[in-house]
Each structure stands twice: as C-alpha cells, then as structure tokens.
Ligand binder design. Structure first.
Ligand code: ADP
Ligand code: TRP
Length: 323
C-alpha cells in the first residue's frame, strides 16, 4: 500500500468545511493507503496559544478525529510534538529552502502583516515539508490552500536529493471534490472559523445548525441562468451529508425549476443533524476518558517514531553528519 501523510492543526473547534474538505477524505482513504495522520501542534506555536488551551485543543482534536471515523487501528494517529525527529529534520531542511521560496507563499503573505510576527510563520512550510518527507509519503490529501506548500515540499526534496543523493520521495497532493466549502453567510469567501456566521461547527447544537442553515445566502443574479454560488455551495454540502439518491433528487428538482430553497435547507438541516448527533456523543465520551485518549496517542507515537528515527538516521548519514 502506498504511504499517505496528512496533518491538521489543533487550532480550535472544527467545522463542516474542515470535515468535508479534509477529514471525510482521511476516513475514506484509510482502507486504501498506509495512512499516517497527525495533530500538527508545533505548527500553531507561531500564533502563541495559551499553553492550557493548546493542550486542551490537542486532546480535543484527537477525540474529534476519532469520533469522525479516523480509526487508530486502521491508521497511525499521532501528535507531531511527540516525535522530536520532526524538529530536528526541519532544522536540516531549512538549508535546502531559500528565503525567496518562503516569502512567496500566499499564506505567509496573508498573515505576515501582524506586528512582531516571528520567523516561525515564515518557516512553517519547511516544518510541513518535514512532516511529509520524514515518512516518505507519496500522497498527501490537502485542501486547495495547501497545494503551494506541497509544491515547496517537492522542491525541498529535490534540492536535498541533488546535494546528498536520493533520500526523499516527492509527494503528490490529493484534492477532494469539496476542496472548498464556502461561507454560508457570504458564498464568495471560504468557510472559516475566523469568519463569524460562516460555518457550522461540528459541536454546534441543533438550534445553531438550524438557524445558520436557514440564514444561508442563496441570492442569485436575476440576469443569469447559472446556479448562484450560495446554492451551489448548499448542494456541495448536501452531497457531503446526504445519500446520493437525495442529492440526485434535489438536483433534478433544481433542473426542472421546481426547487424551493427552503426545502433544500430543511433537508440539509435534517441530514447534518443526523450526522452530528452520534459524532458529538462519541466525542464527549472520549473526552470524558482522558486515559483512553492518552493511550491512543501513546500507541500512535510508538508506531510513528521508529519510522521517523530510521529516516532521520539516513538523512544524517547522507549529509555526512556523524551517526
Ligand atoms: P480554518 O480556515 O477554519 O482556520 P484550517 O485552516 O485550520 O481551517 O484548516 C484545516 C483543514 O481543513 C485544512 O486541510 C483545510 O484545507 C481544510 N479546510 C478549511 N476550511 C475549509 C473549507 N472552507 N473548505 C474545505 N476545506 C477546508
Ligand atoms: N499546514 C496544514 C494546514 O494548515 C497542516 C499540516 C501540517 C499538514 N503539516 C502537514 C498537512 C503535512 C499535510 C501534511 O492545514
């Protein structure tokens, strides 16, 4: 089976955009690939989260992934900071990355105007490349916003291989159909936790889900016969949570000009709530058992670490560092 790696930051409550754009695919891929999934906790240090919050969010993210169907028996689920090889390799890879490559990154340009921004944000894609190259991943499922970082990981691998001999595999991105779920209150923007009213959180209650969907923007341009971006987005979400039959049925109604948006919204509310109910229940029961969560993390670390340390040993040898 081909090796696949992907990570997610523990940066707060996850939303349906994160689920449809990333985690749903993680769950599906578990059966076809040798999957390594991790919580990228060292990736959020540049935002300087309160230490108590970071700890809590890391455990919450592990619990949420498991509740969503990431199965520690069917993949290696670990926490980045528990594998010190990531930090060590990142240092070595910095020398195979140019300043120009990093300042060109869209994410860096978008976020670097913060006063007093650390070098951590600039170097972030190098740590991401490390996460991937350390495990010889061939495939990396990511959202559209990460494709540029993945291309950089390939460039770093090439530059290293050219200097020290064939060492790293060049990874390829794998994009989902729902790679970009748009904000419910503004379908021109990406659904994001940092935009209020834009998202449905995976921990939202029934009243919040209902209100957010009912308020979702569906406006269309009266001069256009194309589906409006808001409605298109609702259809993408419907495809993510409903059965294919339901999605087809609503699609047909739309084509026949028979679709009432209120009906589409009620169907969405029903299907999203049916999905979230059991997920929230499992999530809560996992969080109530921190010993079980810690065991999951320990077992994941025990599986990932030998691979990381064996790879780092090869890297150091190829560079001429003493072993
Ligand atoms: P946010 O934008 O809410 O801060 P993150 O940047 O932490 O979300 O993203 C975590 C993961 O979820 C990434 O893999 C990202 O590509 C994916 N993701 C985030 N927002 C969306 C979205 N609106 N549509 C699809 N995927 C998304
Ligand atoms: N940068 C990714 C994000 O913001 C998270 C991430 C870190 C990642 N390391 C990774 C994703 C390695 C894939 C592979 O979503």
């Amino acid at each position: 089976m081909k090796r696949l790696v992907s990570g997610i930051q523990p940066s707060g409550t996850l939303h349906i955009g994160n689920y449809l754009g990333a985690i749903k695919q993680w769950v599906e891929l578990q059966n076809d690939y040798d999957c390594y999934y991790f919580i990228a906790d060292e990736h959020v240090i540049d935002t300087k989260p309160r230490p108590v919050d970071l700890r809590e969010r890391t455990l919450e993210t592990v619990a949420m992934l498991v509740a969503l169907g990431v199965d520690p028996k069917n993949c290696v689920l670990f926490v980045q900071s528990q594998i010190p090889e990531h930090g060590e390799l990142a240092w070595l890879l910095l020398s195979f990355t140019t300043l120009g490559q990093l300042t060109r990154m869209t994410q860096f340009k978008e976020k670097s105007d913060r006063h007093g921004q650390s070098v951590g944000l600039l170097g972030y894609p190098v740590l991401m490349a490390t996460d991937i190259l350390l495990y010889d991943a061939e495939i990396v499922p990511v959202g559209e916003d990460q494709v540029q970082h993945l291309e950089l990981a390939r460039e770093i691998a090439r530059s290293f291989n050219a200097h020290a001999g064939q060492t790293f595999t060049e990874p390829k991105p794998l994009l989902t159909k729902a790679a970009r779920i748009m904000a419910l209150n503004d379908p021109k923007r990406k659904m994001s936790k940092s935009v209020p009213g834009s998202a449905i959180g995976l921990l939202d209650d029934e009243a919040t889900v209902t209100a957010t969907i009912r308020k979702a923007v569906t406006d269309s341009d009266p001069n256009s016969n194309k589906m409006s971006p808001g409605v298109e987005n609702l259809f993408t979400i419907l495809e993510g949570f409903s059965t294919p039959e339901t999605a087809t049925q609503f699609g047909d109604k739309y084509k026949d000009g028979q679709l009432k948006y209120s009906e589409l919204k009620e169907q969405l509310i029903e299907d999203i709530l049916a999905f979230l109910g059991p997920v929230q229940k499992t999530y809560k029961s996992l969080l109530a058992r921190p010993d079980q969560l810690e065991r999951i993390i320990k077992e994941g670390t025990a599986k990932a670490r030998p691979i990381a340390s064996a790879k780092l040993a090869i890297v150091k040898k190829n560079l001429g560092l003493l072993s």
